[in-house]
Design a protein around this ligand. Structure first.
Ligand code: XBP
Ligand code: MG
Length: 245
């Protein structure tokens, strides 16, 4: 089966964005006069809930505080504005190998797409400020607003496959989290995991390959991705061999 498409997750995969998201949530809470503050450890747990609005709701439920859907939506809009400002100020860079792999895929005539639970405005900010301009064209982008159920539900991947007009076996997904891995593999898409600062240590059993990033311990190129589809057992290194850092 030839490789026809590479589908990227956004947060944690294209870039280590979650510290910027966390800072933006905390600033939005403070501006609104709330004493809520999400520490790194608290945020690691909260990331199990995908989608910022659902994450705020889950947090408030856990601490027994009430908020209307409109109040949560307003807070979340402000958080996304703060996040975009952080991205525009250069707070977020692409992870190693991302720009190279996108460029290789484009040169080879492959389809390149995004499947994410984040808001579309966050993708726009990242594409405008963190990606080289020749890499910002994607053949399909599906975001949090485009689905009724966020990852780990497979809906976002199903929509990307339908938009690209390809079968699950023609694509590779690049993800960083268990929720993303479950979403992609539920669709039947072979998945490469590059764990992020927040997802390191999660269970990646279903992944075809787990590697620290797309450059280490060796560059993941299109030939390597195609091998993962053709010869599912071809991964030359596995979770246990990943060095720290
Ligand atoms: C990660 C997420 C997102 C971000 C915040 O999604 O769960 O919710 O943390 O984004 P992915 P929003 O890795 O699939 O990109 O606040 O816009 O939801
Ligand atoms: Mg992610």
């Amino acid at each position: 089966m030839p490789l026809r498409a590479v589908i990227f997750d956004v947060d944690g995969t294209l870039a280590e964005t979650e510290e910027a998201h966390r800072a933006a949530f905390n600033r939005a809470f403070a501006e609104a006069g709330h004493c809520w503050h999400w520490t790194v450890d608290a945020y690691r747990d909260l990331l199990r809930v995908t989608g910022g609005q659902l994450r705020i709701r889950a947090y408030l439920d856990a601490i027994g505080e009430a908020a209307t859907p409109d109040e949560i939506a307003l807070l979340h809009r402000r958080k996304n504005r703060i996040y975009a400002d952080l991205v525009e100020s250069g707070a977020v860079q692409l992870r190693p190998g991302v720009a190279r792999l996108i460029a290789e895929a484009r040169r080879a005539g492959l389809l390149v797409a995004i499947a994410t639970t984040t808001s579309r405005s966050n993708i726009d900010a990242l594409l405008a400020h963190a990606l080289p301009q020749d890499a910002v064209r994607f053949d399909a982008i599906f975001a949090g607003e485009d689905v009724t159920a966020k990852k780990p539900d497979p809906e976002v991947y199903q929509k990307v496959l339908a938009a690209l007009g390809i079968a699950a076996g023609d694509a590779i997904a690049i993800e960083d989290s268990r929720n993303g891995l479950l979403a992609a593999t539920a669709c039947g898409i072979a998945t490469v995991i590059t764990p992020s600062v927040y997802s390191a240590g999660e269970d990646f059993t279903e992944a075809r390959l787990v590697t620290p990033d797309l450059e280490r311990p060796r560059a993941i190129d299109l030939a390597a991705l195609a091998r993962l589809i053709d010869e599912p057992d071809s991964a030359e290194y596995a979770v246990a061999e990943i060095p720290d850092g």
